[in-house]
Design a protein around this ligand. Structure first.
Ligand SMILES: Cc1ncc(COP(=O)(O)O)c(C=O)c1O
Length: 1002
């Protein structure tokens, strides 16, 4: 097995090297001369390797060289192969110094798009483009678990939730989901959960977008539900129906009055879900006003580029009564230790990291950055500006409809907002004429085309469209000429209620004000632009500027995801090259680029495993073995893929309990579908028995799913494929440099072995599958995202990283990540207990500090240390996961030694403070730890009655004064916020029961 994987890898490497000319032509990475060499080495902190700057690190390590320490950290049975693997890997990307470039991007062709279907042209206001989307102060933030240093983005996300509630007319909104189609699937799951799983049928109107239908049907398949597509006039509200989904406006643009439908559904105890469009809701009566239970949609057209499919923020809003079943993060108002209002993530006990297999969703990474951009677009335009945009869009659509009628064509008589449905003699012919004019339309059926207007549409575009509809000849009238006589076509569904009346949406319509508001928010948040964010399992590494630059190039950003594929050849080339790179890196045969997050990757991998078993007549295999140490998304994803969870414990060293595993594999042999394992383990060590574990699972007919969140410790040294896994996801927003964006975006492509390749997800509009080559006999398990290649716009970031680093750079990066973790562990070990190490006494790329004893000796808990680190200008490590009451540190390769030393010194200084409490010099109930973090308001207040100085509170280390980062609130009270839940501006707090406090972790 080993040898064959090795030789396959070597073959791939040779192929990439161009030894095989046919392969070279198809899959070879493009080499463009740019000064990638020095840029890439600076990117990864690799200059340290050559310039000898790590000399300060090595004496602390158990081994005497970078090579030795990275090899000794590996599990023993991998070590002998690792050197050979490295050698073959090093040939994988020969001489690649380049990154995604204009030449590749310019192979995409920018046509005018009127396709609609949930994706629209939009103008991102330049003040937001430059100060948010292109600003590391925003895009390098982490998910706001540490609320005291995240009030800026929390405020913006609260604005997002408020805007969604205002536009939809609903009571509570979450702070984003991955895309509109998965949001619809989450709504379906919520309906099923409300019915306590007793009503398995969900009816979907045939007027919904095809991608929404496809994703819901796939999701239903895994969950054992039936998602049935029906003409909405024929909905039957039988006893087994938990909910229905309608689209408002519908996929053909028509707007329908659903009041009677809602009444009938509610009379039968059936929930009504509505997929909608935010811009349309500025003009149309909101679903909340006519009785919808759950409303979902995409916020893309509020200032986020189409980006060939994403990333964009989807949303879900619902009635208050379903709030505990709502998926995703919800931001809520609470108070801090001084009683001042403060924001934080609410009701975390709903989420998968707490509820695991009982969670109603596996969502973890969402689309925070994009939700913020959309919310800020709403803040900048305000209700008046949004209405003006909507009026213009509707006016252009109505003008087109009038013009088409004047041309003798039949226009759908139903009311519409932005999309006009037109009967033509031959839709293909009209589309062909449109293409000649560099215009994309949508063919609805053989004799119907739809034309969708957006914020970027011009009057001249309407003239062009009319000419296309007129067989390519300009008609005898112009759009400007007929526009004054055109009447609105909203058909009596006009919105009469005011919306977004809160001051926040009515105060920043001037760019100067907006600029200052953005800066104020940014200044409240700690990001990688300030200091290292040493979150174990999250890999907060450098997001290099050179990787980020292409994402706002129009050639990449302005592409609609459903354009004919020949207009997206630049993307196609990058997908081919990137998937080849990822296949080599993971040691697998192929890759799917559809999943939009790590958790989505898990779901995709498990659905592929399920389809594989079914294809062999073994569909009964439905047991998934998962170690207790697994991330919460693992069990949640397995449930979504229709699997039953069998848990296996870990031993004192954090390794999987082998005896327990053998016993559980044997006991479930007939039904074993899969095992999920994280490598290196979530405990920060290379699992000793991982090969054996894979062998056991395979011997019992199961498949091995590897959680690739810790890939940063594998690249170039070993690989999931080499170890024996069948499938693994990669968090491109960890190892491969996509920034975390304050809680998303992310990408979770999966690598697979050849036998799983036929089952990779496809798409109803742009067929896809395993890449770089989709097998001919493909039997896709379904569709799992709205866009065929997920969040395509951010893939150039990972592609640029891999290409600039090359195989040598990537391998060095893994070694450095391991080296730096071991350096930190070694320096900290006299002060804190390092909980787990491998047999060689080393950790992998992260390690856990056991701070539990301080609770007894000083009344100090992990949370106190986490909050005190803020006073030193640092973000906390991962707290209380995977081991409650501990801290998990991951430095990453890109952090310079000086930064590691500052963090280490802060931790040592904190240990001295704990010692002062232990020794009675500081009281347990009043010391810098329990009062942390210290805000400027607290430190500068007239009154100060604490037994330590103000200076010590705020400037606890020499370097802090030079660049003080001030937390803006004192410690936030989670329990208060959940008991008095407020999730939108202007809402009165609800009374009632609260959730338990929860720890912050990945
Ligand atoms: C070990 C592990 N697995 C899976 C995930 C889920 O990934 P995502 O947040 O991209 O869904 C995470 C996220 O932090 C993780 O740490």
């Amino acid at each position: 097995m080993r040898t064959s994987r090795l030789s396959r890898l070597a073959r791939l490497a040779q192929a990439r090297a161009g030894a095989n000319p046919s392969n070279a032509a198809a899959g070879q990475i493009k080499i463009i001369d740019v000064s990638g060499g020095s840029v890439s080495s600076r990117m990864a902190g690799l200059t340290a390797l050559t310039a000898g700057r790590i000399s300060g690190i090595l004496p602390f390590s158990a081994a005497s060289s970078v090579r030795a320490i990275s090899l000794s950290a590996l599990q023993p049975s991998d070590r002998c192969e690792a050197e050979r693997l490295i050698q073959s890997f090093l040939g994988a990307f020969p001489g690649v110094q380049a990154y995604v470039n204009k030449e590749m991007a310019s192979k995409n062709q920018l046509y005018k798009n009127f396709i609609g279907m949930g994706y629209y042209g939009t103008h991102i206001p330049p003040v937001i483009l430059r100060n948010v989307l292109e600003n590391p102060g925003w895009y390098t933030q982490y998910t706001p678990y540490q609320a005291e240093i995240a009030q800026g983005r929390l405020e913006s996300l609260l604005n997002f939730q408020t805007m969604i509630c205002e536009l939809t007319g609903m009571q509570i909104s979450n702070a984003s989901l991955l895309d509109e189609a998965t949001a619809a699937a989450e709504a379906m799951t919520l309906c099923s959960a409300v019915a306590r799983g007793k009503k398995p049928r969900f009816l979907i109107s045939s007027k919904c977008h095809p991608q929404t239908i496809a994703v819901c049907q796939t999701r239903a398949d895994g969950l054992g539900l039936q998602a049935v597509v029906v003409d909405e006039d024929k909905f039957e509200y039988a006893k087994d129906v938990c909910g229905v989904l309608v689209q408002y406006p519908a996929t053909d643009g028509s707007v329908h009055d659903y009041r009677a439908l809602v009444d009938k559904a509610h009379a039968a105890g059936v929930k009504v879900c509505v997929s909608t469009d935010l811009l349309a809701l500025t003009k149309l009566a909101p679903p909340g006003e006519w009785g919808a239970d759950i409303v979902i949609g995409s916020a893309q057209r509020f200032g986020v580029p189409m980006g060939y499919g994403g990333p964009h923020a989807a949303f879900m809003a619902c009635h208050d009564e379903y709030k505990r079943l709502m998926p995703g993060r919800i931001i809520g108002v609470s108070i801090d230790a001084d009683g001042a209002p403060a924001l934080r993530m609410a009701m975390q006990t709903r989420e998968q990291h707490i509820r695991r297999d009982k969670a109603t969703s596996n969502i973890c990474t969402a689309q925070a950055l994009l939700a913020n951009i959309s919310a800020l677009y709403g803040v900048y335009h305000g209700p008046k500006g949004l209405t003006e945009i909507a009026d213009r869009v509707h006016g252009l659509a109505a003008t087109l409809a009038a013009g088409a009628t004047k041309l003798g064509l039949k226009v759908n008589s139903a009311p519409f907002f932005d999309t006009v449905s037109i009967k033509v003699a031959d839709a293909d012919k009209v589309l062909a004429t449109a293409l000649q004019h560099k215009v994309n339309l949508r063919k609805l059926d053989a004799t119907t085309v739809t034309v969708a207007m957006d914020e970027t549409t011009k009057v001249a575009d309407v003239d062009l469209l009319l000419a296309i509809l007129n067989g390519g000849k300009a008609p005898s009238f112009t759009a400007a000429g007929i526009a004054p006589g055109v009447k609105p076509a909203l058909g009596g569904f006009e919105r009469t209620s005011a919306f977004m009346t809160q001051p926040i949406f009515n105060s920043y319509q001037c760019e100067h004000d907006m600029l200052r508001y953005l800066k104020r928010l940014e200044n409240r948040d700690l990001s990688l632009a300030h200091s290292m964010i040493p979150l174990g399992s999250c890999t907060m590494k450098l997001n290099a500027t050179s990787e980020m630059i292409p994402i706002t190039w129009p050639e990449l950003a302005a592409l609609h995801p459903y354009v004919p594929v020949d207009q997206a050849q630049g993307y196609a080339e990058m997908f081919r090259d990137l998937s080849s790179q990822l296949a080599v890196i993971t040691g697998f045969d192929a890759v799917s680029l559809q999943p939009n997050s790590g958790a989505s990757g898990e779901y995709a991998g498990l659905m592929a495993i399920r389809a594989y078993h079914q294809s062999r007549g073994e569909g009964h295999r439905n047991v998934c073995i998962i170690p207790v140490s697994a991330h919460g998304t693992n069990p949640a994803s397995a449930v979504m893929a229709g699997m039953k969870i069998v848990t296996v414990s870990t031993d004192a060293q954090g390794n999987v309990n082998m005896a327990g595993l053998k016993q559980k594999a044997e006991a479930n042999s007939k039904n074993l579908a899969a095992l999920m394992i994280t490598y290196p383990s979530t405990h920060g060590v290379y699992e000793e028995g991982v090969d054996e574990i894979c062998r056991i699972i395979h011997a019992h007919g199961g498949q091995v799913y590897m959680d690739g969140a810790n890939m940063n410790a594998q690249v170039g040294l070993t690989s999931p494929g080499h170890i024996g896994a069948d499938v693994c996801h990669l968090n491109l927003h960890k190892t491969f440099c996509i920034p975390h964006g304050g809680g998303g975006p992310g990408m979770g492509p999966i690598g697979i072995k050849a036998h799983l390749a036929p089952f990779m997800p496809t798409h109803p509009i742009i067929a896809t599958g395993a890449l770089p080559d989709t097998p001919k006999d493909a039997k896709p398990f379904g569709t799992m995202a709205a866009a065929p290649f997920g969040s395509s716009l951010i893939l150039p970031i990972s592609f640029a990283y891999i290409s600039m680093m090359g195989s040598q750079g990537l391998t060095d990066a893994s070694k450095l990540a391991i080296l730096k973790a071991n350096y930190m562990a070694k320096r900290l070990s006299p002060y804190y207990k390092v909980l787990f190490t491998g047999k060689a006494g080393t950790c992998a790329h992260e390690f856990i500090l056991d701070v539990r004893p301080f609770k007894d000796t000083a009344g100090v808990e992990a949370e106190d240390i986490a909050k005190r680190l803020m006073d030193y200008g640092f973000h906390a490590p991962t707290m209380s996961w995977p081991v409650p009451g501990t801290l998990m540190i991951e430095p990453t390769e890109s952090e310079p030694k000086a930064e590691l030393d500052r963090f280490i010194d802060a931790m040592i200084s904190i240990r001295h403070e704990i010692a002062e409490v232990e020794g009675g010099k500081l009281p347990k109930e009043s010391n810098p730890l329990v009062h942390a973090p210290h805000t400027a308001a607290v430190v500068l207040a007239d009154k100060w009655s604490r037994p330590y100085s103000r200076e010590r509170a705020a400037f606890p280390a020499p370097w802090v004064a030079a660049a003080k980062f001030w937390p803006t609130t004192s410690r936030v009270d989670n329990v208060y916020g959940d008991r008095h839940l407020v999730t939108r501006l202007g809402q009165q707090p609800a009374g009632g029961s609260g959730s338990e406090p929860v720890a912050a972790h990945a």
